[in-house]
Design a protein around this ligand. Structure first.
Ligand code: VG1
Ligand code: CO
Length: 542
């Protein structure tokens, strides 16, 4: 029976973010999840709609999904498409929304954040194009959460059986449990040359894909081992676990230590990769070298024509502002535009929908293209494999050749985590106020050619996003960017992005930390980091 439950508004969701990410405990408070879900359903207006629902399988996924299904049915949605066992990787959910022409999708994930009873949980809304809801929608959802007084849910309905494929009814709605993997795997097969990649993988070439006990395991097994014939065991940590086996499912050099160790060993495989909790990020590792995500997207773009999906060329490229400028130089050579967007995948959505770009990426291990509207970890791995299958050269050689042609951007991101929010905000305000005095000055051997706060006018719909990070640019040579994270669940995180271009091939294989040392020191001085936060060094260097 459909019932209306009284509730009280809350304002936990920050405007501008496409979802809500909090500790599991917070989500378990009475009416908490329900409030947010009702706010989303109100804004989207799901009467008569088809909705895709699925998550990364983290702790609380199974409970939350039952609540969401009952609420979607209670709000008049007519078809609820759910991944088997409630699982869908974020890119697979994006694909299903598009394939089935759903009005929206609700994705349950806190991405690369840790899971388990003490970990994080999250819910986010994607639109009918398959991408994260745009700011206009997320702001409306935020607004709604602050005024909401009741939500609608099917009371007394039993849990839906999500283990069995097929249709069942929930009130007046149909729940359709679908194989989480097959549609996505078919999409990948339509984009890449599986014949050629299969030959490579069966030729003695060794790959290691680390699913980090998260959602990509079943996808990777199906695609790499079953369809492409990679030897069994090429995919490791392939079973999605509610607590990710205690890991942070974050494919960075710190949390993907296992993979790095394997790739730096004497008998390293030819190619290593990992993905995050919900499958939208990727890390690519060559034997003895971690490929910076900013480099990876540039190399993928430079070689994309080798894959069937891009055989006829690229419409354009885009990167988030803090991502290194390696991609810009590839775009220049290809003669296509390169857009610079604020951090967050939703900004690529309009450009992709309008056909203005074909490939895009972020420094935070996100790479993707026009096949879905989310970044896509396995897609990036497959494009790399397709390129390797055609070029038949070691990945390390391709990397060095790319640097010789385009220059190398030494790149690091320094995170100062868990700062008091007022301290972090004050630091940004202080630096913002001093930006005008920096332009034209010389710091060490570098001249500041631009010091500003980044804002973005969307070339498709003219919407404007302001306050998207402070940047200090030293011409083509170097750059420092400062911004506050929008995805944390406790305190504030200051991210400082540092890059330095080296186009002398003799100086492209130096120690990264050493090359960047002076610039890193400059980044701390300019922003008075120690003075204002008491921190002498970042908590994480990625
Ligand atoms: C981080 C990354 C950003 C990414 C976002 C979501 O945001 O820097 O590039 O788009 O996470 O990624 P922030 O605001 O914390 O810097 V995921 O894998 O959580 O969907
Ligand atoms: Co993610």
């Amino acid at each position: 029976m459909n019932s209306t439950v009284s509730t009280t508004p809350f304002s936990d969701q920050s405007p501008g973010t496409s979802g809500l990410r909090k500790r599991v405990d917070v989500f378990r408070q009475p009416h908490y999840l329900e409030n947010f879900v009702q706010a989303m359903l109100d804004v989207v207006d799901v009467g008569g709609a088809t909705i895709v629902v699925g998550g990364d399988g983290r702790y609380y996924n199974d409970r939350a999904i039952q609540t969401i299904l009952r609420m979607a049915a209670g709000n008049g949605a007519v078809r609820l498409i759910v991944g088997q066992n409630g699982l869908l990787s974020t890119p697979a959910a994006s694909h299903l929304i598009r394939l089935r022409q759903a009005r929206c999708g609700i994705i349950l994930s806190a991405s690369h954040n840790p899971g388990g009873p003490d970990g994080d949980f999250g819910v986010k809304l994607n639109g009918g194009n398959g991408g994260p809801a745009p700011t206009s929608v997320t702001d409306a959802v935020h607004e709604r959460t602050t005024t909401i007084t009741q939500y609608r849910i099917l009371a007394d309905a039993p849990d839906v059986d999500l283990a069995t494929l097929g249709e069942s009814s929930l009130g007046d709605a149909v729940v359709e449990v679908v194989d989480a993997v097959s549609d996505y795997a078919n999409l990948m097969e339509s984009l890449f040359d599986f014949g050629q990649i299969g030959e490579l993988l069966r030729s003695g070439f060794r790959m290691r894909f680390d699913a980090m006990n998260a959602v990509t395991g079943p996808y990777a097994k199906e695609i790499f081992e079953k369809r492409l014939g990679a030897p069994a065991g090429s995919v490791v940590r392939a079973e999605p676990l509610p607590d990710f086996g205690g890991l942070h499912p974050d494919p960075n050099p710190v949390y993907a230590r296992d993979l790095i160790d394997a790739m730096f060993a004497d008998d390293a495989p030819d190619f290593g990769a990992a993905s995050d909790g919900d499958g939208d990020r990727n890390l690519i590792v060559a034997p003895g070298h971690i490929i910076a995500p900013s480099d990876s997207v540039a190399m993928l773009a430079a070689n994309a024509h080798l894959a069937p999906a891009f055989a006829s060329g690229l419409a354009g490229l885009a990167r988030s502002m803090p991502t290194s400028r390696a991609l810009d130089r590839v775009a220049e050579k290809l003669g296509v535009p390169c857009f610079e967007t604020p951090t967050g995948w939703k900004y690529f959505g309009n450009l992709l929908d309008a056909g203005r770009i074909s490939i895009c990426g972020e420094e935070s291990a996100g790479t993707g293209a026009d096949h879905v509207r989310e970044k896509d970890g396995l897609w990036a791995v497959l494009l790399w494999l397709n390129i390797l299958a055609v070029r038949r050269q070691p990945i390390g050689d391709i990397l060095r050749e790319h640097w010789r042609t385009f220059g190398r951007d030494y790149y690091e991101r320094h995170d100062y985590e868990d700062l008091p929010t007022d301290v972090a905000t004050a630091l940004i305000a202080d630096l913002r106020a001093r930006l005008p005095t920096l332009a034209g000055t010389t710091i060490g051997s570098l001249e500041v050619t631009l010091a500003d706060e980044f804002s973005y006018r969307d070339p498709v719909d003219d919407s404007v996003a302001t306050g998207q990070g402070l940047r200090i640019v030293f011409g083509e040579r170097a750059r420092i960017v400062y911004r506050l994270s929008g995805t944390g669940t406790v305190g504030a995180t200051l991210r400082v992005y540092i890059e330095r271009l080296e186009d002398d091939p003799q100086r492209q294989s130096l120690d990264q930390a050493q090359v960047l040392e002076e610039l890193a020191e400059t980044s701390r001085k300019i922003a008075r980091i120690e003075e204002m936060t008491g921190r002498e060094a970042p908590s994480v260097i990625a």
